[in-house]
Design a protein around this ligand. Structure first.
Ligand SMILES: Nc1ncnc2c1ncn2[C@@H]1O[C@H](COP(=O)(O)OP(=O)(O)OP(=O)(O)O)[C@@H](O)[C@H]1O
Ligand SMILES: [Mg+2]
Length: 351
């Protein structure tokens, strides 16, 4: 059972991720743009692409579009003819353009518990790092579920954002590497005690934003999983974020709580004089259930400006990925969960 960092992809999986035609794979391989490794599967040696080689391919494709560090310029037409249009590309009048994530600092949020915040944060950050983006995940929940989902099991011994915000630990010292292109600031139970000391600190809601700012230049994307409460820590993350992803399970109670969530966000906008970008992510959708269909319909009607196009179906693969502490892509690359997470990642990165 491989962990995320040891993941390998078949050529067919690679072509699906890179959005190229199957016959173009050989061309990329012979030109040295993608490395392959032989791995023993039973008695046969199979050609595989490691996570690092997948990331290197996407990174080279991003650089091709720019010839420099900054993304956002057109990819040469030959590159498109060679079949190297990546999933991070968008069509423009002048061809295709590679983009950096539209919103660099994001959070998954809902005051209601159990809607799937930690699961989707973990899947999203792993999927974004597969694209070669440099990602920092931040666990802001003392339950430490994001930390566990990313396969870190010794978080009780490690510093957390508590030490950064309360004990003035330099934020760099709280960061650990989880996989190539994926770092994490973990959480443990001690983080549950942060509210009172944080309340007593000067500029309490700005401390987190200022700490994250010190690290921001090293990452393409920073994503926090939050605790299910209207806490000061969550408010601090709202101050730091460019995009708030509200995860709403498609059941009546979760839907009922949405008005409160949106009102809380509006209050924050007024208090901090900041326009918040919000995406509502419907989760655990089951198209066989009338109630699920009704709730999704209501979300799309009542919150039309915010509701994501992507919908995450209820899927056993999602639970299996949580159990195995890896990505749904690893569990079943052809499954609904993998394709839902692909759609979600593309929308949240480039919306
Ligand atoms: N799309 C899905 N399909 C099936 N199971 C899911 C899905 N999304 C989440 N789950 C499962 O639902 C449970 C709750 O998810 P999760 O812990 O991510 O919620 P949460 O919002 O972070 O909870 P909390 O508020 O306690 O932090 C987990 O067992 C997870 O595996
Ligand atoms: Mg959680």
């Amino acid at each position: 059972m491989a962990s995320f960092r040891e993941m390998c992809f078949t050529p067919a999986e690679f072509t699906a991720l890179a959005k190229i035609k199957k016959d173009q794979f050989a061309q990329l391989e012979s030109s040295g743009r993608i490395n392959t490794t032989k791995r023993k599967m039973g008695n046969v040696d199979r050609k595989m692409i490691t996570l690092e080689d997948l990331q290197a391919y996407f990174q080279s494709t991003r650089k091709m579009g720019t010839g420099a560090e900054s993304a956002g310029q057109a990819i040469p037409v030959e590159a498109l003819e060679n079949g190297s249009l990546p999933s991070v590309a968008v069509a423009t009048d002048s061809g295709f353009t590679l983009k950096d994530p539209t919103h660099k600092i994001q959070m998954f949020y809902n005051v209601k518990g159990g809607t799937g915040k930690s699961t989707l944060t973990a899947q999203y950050v792993m999927r974004a790092s597969m694209m070669g983006l440099k990602v920092l995940a931040i666990d802001l929940d003392g339950q430490g579920h994001l930390t566990v989902n990313l396969d870190i099991l010794d978080a009780h011994e490690r510093p957390t954002i508590y030490d950064v915000l309360i004990n003035d630990l330099p934020i760099e010292e709280s960061v650990i590497n989880v996989a190539p292109c994926l770092d994490l600031i973990p959480a443990n139970l001690g983080l549950c005690n942060i509210e009172i000391p944080l309340n007593n600190k000067p500029r309490r809601e700005y401390r987190l934003a200022e700490a994250i700012e010190r690290l921001a230049e090293h990452y393409d994307l920073i994503v926090a999983d939050t605790n299910p409460a209207a806490s000061i820590l969550n408010c601090s993350m709202m101050v730091a974020s460019n995009l708030i992803n509200v995860v709403c399970a498609t059941n009546p109670l979760s839907f009922h709580g949405m008005s409160l969530v949106m009102a809380t966000i509006e209050d924050m906008e007024r208090e901090f004089r900041k326009q918040m970008n919000v995406k509502i992510v419907p989760n655990m959708y089951d198209n066989r259930e009338v109630i699920s269909q009704e709730v999704l319909g209501e979300l799309r009607t009542q919150f039309a400006d915010w509701c994501a196009h992507a919908v995450i179906n209820r899927s056993a693969d999602m639970n299996e990925a949580t159990k195995r502490r890896t990505t749904v892509w690893d569990v079943n690359p052809k499954g609904t969960a993998a394709s839902d997470i692909n759609g979600l990642a593309e929308e949240l990165l480039f919306c």
